[in-house]
Design a protein around this ligand. Structure first.
Ligand code: NAP
Ligand code: GDP
Length: 322
């Protein structure tokens, strides 16, 4: 651990979202908090990080030594296609405000979150950490992708000019409790859970958007929560690291649909609307670097994680983001 006198004040931006809630669960419910550590989980209600004044004020309030930076405008494929400009501008501002304020206030370490959808569209597979800037991202989410890529550029610049160890991790598709289950704007897995839940209740057919053939590497949010805490404590490179299940664990959207149908016991018709975009056909990422650091890390089996997510959604329908 890179700590003197073992005291650490960790500010988690985006602490109320999917990944932030998972980290909170691991820290508070699974006993991962170590002696001398204090954790603070932020929501946009406490500070709008698009605004530099509010960003500064919240950093002054908590005086963090360490930051896990998750706050971002986040959404599924179809929201990206409608709002590339908003994804670009909000995320550029949030990231610059957080990183520059961390620098000004002497924060020792920042771990930010990139995403595997920011990699070049035209590429060889599997994609690895060295390939982030090797060509334009997929057109569907170019705003978000360019803003996220700039975190990596900025981290290198803070290291070059000031020697800061600000770094980033690159998760693939994440899902779990506290996810955004909104059908129009959410990511695929939780949008499908919500759609199928409604179709079962209403006795209507279930419509999947796109062909169902694209492939994704899905990761349970609680697994990512553990990995984020590991990165904060142990990962000391400025270069980013991909957090993903193996290439062999990649599944098609159709596989996901069938799994959710089995878990929710949905027996109605399932339609594929091929007038809707498929987005990236695949973005297969290598977890070789992660495996060099953590050869024994165990990911939650996919079906178990989907079941836990469906159970959480049914039990928390009234408070879930829908
Ligand atoms: P999420 O559930 O939508 O949570 C987003 C978080 O950011 C929320 O806590 C939200 O606060 C906060 N936020 C948004 N706009 C803000 C603003 N203007 N000021 C302050 N806070 C703001 O998203 P997530 O899935 O947990 O994503 C967390 C990080 O992981 C993001 O950086 C994302 O790019 C990255 N990531 C996610 C995935 C995925 O599949 N979900 C995959 C790869 C990487 P409120 O809820 O209080 O508004
Ligand atoms: P991505 O992984 O970054 O592309 O983002 P998403 O999590 O939104 O997943 C998009 C993929 O899921 C595309 O291939 C879509 O065609 C497919 N998909 C199928 N049904 C849905 C749906 O209801 N919502 C979303 N967001 N994607 C869907």
């Amino acid at each position: 651990m890179d700590l003197e006198n073992n005291s650490m004040r960790v500010l988690v931006t985006g602490g109320s979202g999917l990944v932030g809630s998972a980290i909170k669960h691991v820290v508070q419910e699974e006993g991962e908090r170590r002696e001398g550590e204090e954790w603070f989980f932020l929501s946009s209600k406490e500070a709008n990080l698009v605004d530099p004044v509010q960003t500064r004020a919240v950093f002054e309030k908590y005086r963090p030594t360490h930051v896990i930076h998750l706050a971002a405008k986040v959404g599924g494929l179809y929201q990206h296609m409608r709002e590339n400009l908003h994804f670009l501008r909000d995320n550029l501002k949030i990231n610059d405000n957080v990183l520059q304020t961390a620098h000004e206030m002497g924060v020792t370490k920042v771990v930010s979150c990139l995403s595997s959808c920011i990699f070049p569209d035209k590429t060889t597979y599997p994609i690895d950490e060295t390939m982030i800037h090797n060509g334009p991202p997929h057109d569907s989410n170019f705003g978000y992708s360019h803003a996220k890529r700039m975190i990596d550029v900025q981290n290198r610049a803070y290291f070059q000019q000031y020697g800061h160890r600000y770094t980033a991790v690159i998760p693939t598709n994440v899902f779990g409790p506290h996810d955004n289950f909104n059908i129009e704007n959410g990511h695929v897995l939780t949008a499908l859970v919500h759609k199928m839940y409604k179709a079962k209740k209403g006795g209507t057919p279930m419509t999947v958007w796109g062909s169902g053939t694209p492939r994704r590497q899905f990761m349970f949010s609680l697994d990512l929560g553990h990995l984020m805490i590991w990165a904060l404590r142990e990962y000391n490179e400025v270069d980013p690291i991909i957090f993903s299940v193996g290439e062999g664990d990649e599944v098609s959207i159709k596989d996901v649909v069938e799994m959710i149908a089995e878990i929710l016991d949905f027996k109605g018709p399932i339609l594929y609307d091929t007038t809707m975009s498929d987005g990236q056909i695949k973005k297969t990422a290598s977890n070789a670097k992660l495996r060099r650091y953590l050869p024994d890390f165990t990911f939650t089996p996919f079906k178990e994680a989907v079941k836990k997510t469906c159970d959480w959604f049914e039990a928390n329908y009234d408070i879930a983001r829908t």
